[in-house]
Design a protein around this ligand. Structure first.
Ligand code: GUN
Ligand code: ZN
Length: 431
């Protein structure tokens, strides 16, 4: 194994955020653009920045990327590791898609060899797309969590994950029981939460696949282990929302099912949240929970058009997520491009700044990891990606004609994918 030098300097055009950009502003405060700078990395953390003309001393290993973008690694706040196997599956909406494609694929993760190979393939694919941190659903199988965390630790990645909880309305091979699941979750929390760069999330698949007893147990886990995250799906699809209404007639809304079970808190990551009302949004904002908006998945599964503006106005942190395999790409750039189109269909305009912020600093802050990831601030862990702004004659021509920084980055976000990734550094090590 090659020993990585402790002091590394990366030269390129540095881009990150010092504050959240306002909706619709193409020239907001808070965008930090430092063209031609050295980013200094010492012992895996960012140690500062210098103008390109002032190189650091000879004791720094220098890597020069002239004209290329250097950004914090992307954060995908909702993605399913086993669902790479069903990405791009034809012909269904959410509930049929789960039964037809997804549950059979997840069943295979009972096999250690499948879970081990799948975890490695998944994390390597994330890195190849410039995603260095992720909030992940593995499967109901305990070993799928162990294998994912082991693979993340090997790669030095920041991963939040947990055993999927589901004890009804799914094939027997994917259902657990309350007592056994509580024991497994407790052991997994003790083993993984806070180790390396890993964190545990109590992972309720969604309300329909949990009995009331299991939801209560999940709430108990969150209360007993205050540092853990909670992740689930929320109000993604209209048939799903109707189903929840019939299963939990006592609840005011889908979100209220979670709230009643003490699953709505500031460490909550709620995927989708398309079919919410103003009271739900106020409750999410009041709790400090985030919505992981998954535009590619919402389009592919025909789920609906997320009202980002209303969530933003309500004060909810909205992060971006691929939701693969409902989503059709692990690329956060493809995800941003889809997010723009969803907003266009709503008559809104999503700036490149709001999109990029949601995939970096915004997600980091919503996860209470703002000083660790999502930015190029001194002291942050050096999860850093280097990007070509344009690849191929069409993008190169378009880039040359862009008249402002926002125009350039918007074209990048709209046209780029994993082919634009030049290098990824995870905690100061090349991935
Ligand atoms: N709701 C419950 N499970 C899932 C899942 O695996 N993917 C999506 N997109 N929605 C869900
Ligand atoms: Zn999902």
């Amino acid at each position: 194994m090659t020993v990585q030098p402790a002091k590394i300097a990366l030269r390129g055009d540095l881009l990150d955020f010092t504050a959240a950009p306002a909706w619709g502003e193409v020239d907001p405060a808070g965008v930090r653009w430092r063209p031609d700078h050295w980013l200094l990395v010492e012992d895996g953390r960012i140690a500062g920045a210098l103008p390109g003309g002032q190189p650091p001393g000879d004791d720094w290993a220098r890597h020069e990327y002239p004209g290329r973008l250097i950004l914090p690694g992307f954060i995908d706040t909702h993605v399913h590791s086993p669902q790479l196997d069903v990405i791009a599956s034809y012909g269904t909406e959410l509930l049929d898609w789960l039964d037809t494609h997804t549950f059979p694929a997840e069943m295979r993760y009972a096999d250690d060899a499948v879970a081990t190979a799948g975890a490695a393939r998944f994390l390597d694919a994330l890195l190849a797309h410039g995603t260095t941190s992720a909030v992940v659903f593995p499967t109901v199988h305990r070993l799928s969590v162990d294998r994912l965390f082991e693979a993340a630790a090997t790669r030095g990645m920041r991963v939040v994950a947990g055993k999927v909880l589901m004890d009804r309305h799914a094939p027997p091979g994917l259902c657990d029981d309350v007592v056994e699941a509580e024991r497994e979750c407790t052991e997994l929390i003790e083993r993984w939460h806070g180790h390396d760069r890993l964190a545990y999330a109590v992972t309720v698949r969604f309300a329909p696949t949990s009995t009331p007893e299991q939801l209560a147990m999940a709430g108990r886990l969150c209360t007993r282990h205050p540092g853990v995250y909670m992740q689930t799906h929320l109000a993604e699809n209209r048939a799903e929302v109707e189903w929840v209404r019939s299963l939990f007639p006592e609840a005011r809304s889908y979100l209220d099912v979670y709230a009643r079970n003490r699953l709505l808190n500031e460490r909550g990551v709620f995927a989708h949240g398309i079919w919410l009302d103003a009271d739900d949004r106020a409750a999410l904002a009041g709790a400090g929970a985030q919505i992981a908006h998954s535009p590619s998945s919402n389009l592919f599964l025909g789920s609906g058009l997320f009202d980002w503006r209303a969530n933003c106005d309500a004060g909810i942190a909205v992060s971006l997520a691929s939701d693969v395999g409902g989503g059709t790409s692990l690329s956060m750039l493809r995800t941003m491009a889809d997010a723009y189109k969803v907003q266009a269909l709503r008559g809104e305009r999503l700036t490149a700044w709001v999109a990029l912020h949601a995939a970096t600093r915004g997600a980091a802050r919503a996860l209470h990891l703002g000083s660790e990831i999502g930015g190029l601030e001194t002291g942050a862990v050096a999860d850093v990606c280097v990007w070509d702004v344009a690849v191929g004659p069409v993008a190169v021509q378009r880039d040359g004609l862009a008249r402002s920084l926002h125009a350039r980055l918007f074209a990048w976000m709209t046209l780029a994918d994993d082919r634009n990734l030049v290098a990824a550094w995870v905690a100061g090590r090349p991935a």
